[in-house]
Design a protein around this ligand. Structure first.
Ligand code: DGY
Length: 324
């Protein structure tokens, strides 16, 4: 059996992953609290690690990699998004960085679909009426929403999650347009019955715009004041990707002035802080980054990260390395 390696897990993960790593004979340092580790403590904890299992709440940058030391071989992020990882800094040190694509596709697409329905049908607003014990009465014109049948869903970033949302939205009778750096495979386009559009055309013509692109400097504030002005006043914006893809202050203004009709947000620019302008708006549905939050999905994410770690520590290729 190869010498045990030191695996540091930066936050609390499902026990299945810890068991997998320990069963392989490694010395596993887990984190059992829901309270996030402080940066200072993390820098100390990672010293001497051969592998780091990181959560999206921890920044894995050059400072952290250097604090771990030159023996560090793999950083396995327990998330598909990897904007918390300085991938070039990993590469220059010969460290393999991995993420967890695939296993959270359906859970995240479900949440995006839920946000579309919540926003267009005013579900959170309606629930607040009941919980606040406000007077209400069924009426022909009471709390009317917008039907989505026959309406266009514009998907920004047509990867696995975008495609999974498209399938769901088609079942609800929506038509699909997408904007992406490159065209998707013709078979997939035929299956989804979707058309590719330039971003501005997609924004101007869609009833609902849903964001599914990764966050990087290139997508920072991809949706800002100008893009919101391009959207129709009866349209909705959904974000289950990453908060900083949207200029949250500009969005709060657009929602307050009626420049767009509503928004459904699972992610925020400075989580867990929310722009105060959004908190008072009835046309903003706000949920706390729940895209992948099912027992099954979180277990699959953690065990895939453990599988990646174990492969690299055995000297084998990681099943899901972060793409070059
Ligand atoms: C991810 O994996 O990037 C998700 O945001 C986690 O919920």
């Amino acid at each position: 059996m190869p010498a045990p390696q030191r695996v540091v897990i930066t936050g609390r993960v499902p026990n299945e992953a810890v068991v997998m790593l320990s069963a392989a004979g490694h010395e596993v340092e887990s984190w059992d609290s829901e309270i996030l580790v402080t940066r200072e403590e993390l820098l100390t904890r990672v010293a001497g690690a051969d592998a780091i299992l990181s959560l999206l709440t921890e920044k894995v940058d050059a400072e952290l990699l250097d604090a771990a030391g030159p023996q560090l071989r793999v950083v396995s992020n327990v998330a598909v998004g990897y904007n918390n990882i300085d991938v070039p800094a990993c590469r220059t040190r010969g460290i393999i960085a991995t993420n967890t694509p695939g296993v959270l596709t359906d859970a995240t697409a479900d949440i995006a679909m839920a946000l579309i329905l919540m926003s267009t049908r005013r579900l959170a607003e309606g629930e607040r009426v009941i919980r606040d014990q406000q007077p209400w009465q069924w009426g022909m014109f009471y709390m009317l929403g917008t039907s989505i049948q026959g309406r266009q869903l514009g998907i920004v970033g047509m990867g696995q999650i975008g495609a999974a949302l498209a399938r769901r939205a088609r079942a609800f009778g929506m038509t699909i347009a997408y904007s992406n750096r490159s065209a998707i495979a013709p078979e997939l386009a035929a299956e989804l019955g979707c058309v590719r559009m330039e971003m501005d055309d997609l924004l101007a013509t869609s009833d609902v715009v849903s964001l599914h692109c990764p966050y990087s400097p290139a997508t920072h504030h991809l949706i800002g004041a100008a893009q919101l002005a391009t959207m129709r006043s009866d349209s909705f914006l959904i974000n289950t990707a990453r908060g900083p893809v949207v200029d949250e202050a500009a969005l709060a203004d657009a929602l307050a002035t009626g420049e767009i009709a509503g928004a459904g947000l699972d992610v925020f620019e400075n989580e867990p802080t929310i722009h105060p302008g959004l908190l008072t708006l009835d046309n903003a549905v706000l949920i706390p980054h729940l895209g992948s939050a099912t027992v099954e999905t979180r277990t699959a994410m953690a065990t895939l990260a453990a599988t990646n770690t174990l492969a690299v520590l055995r000297g084998e290729p990681a099943p899901t390395p972060i793409p070059a």
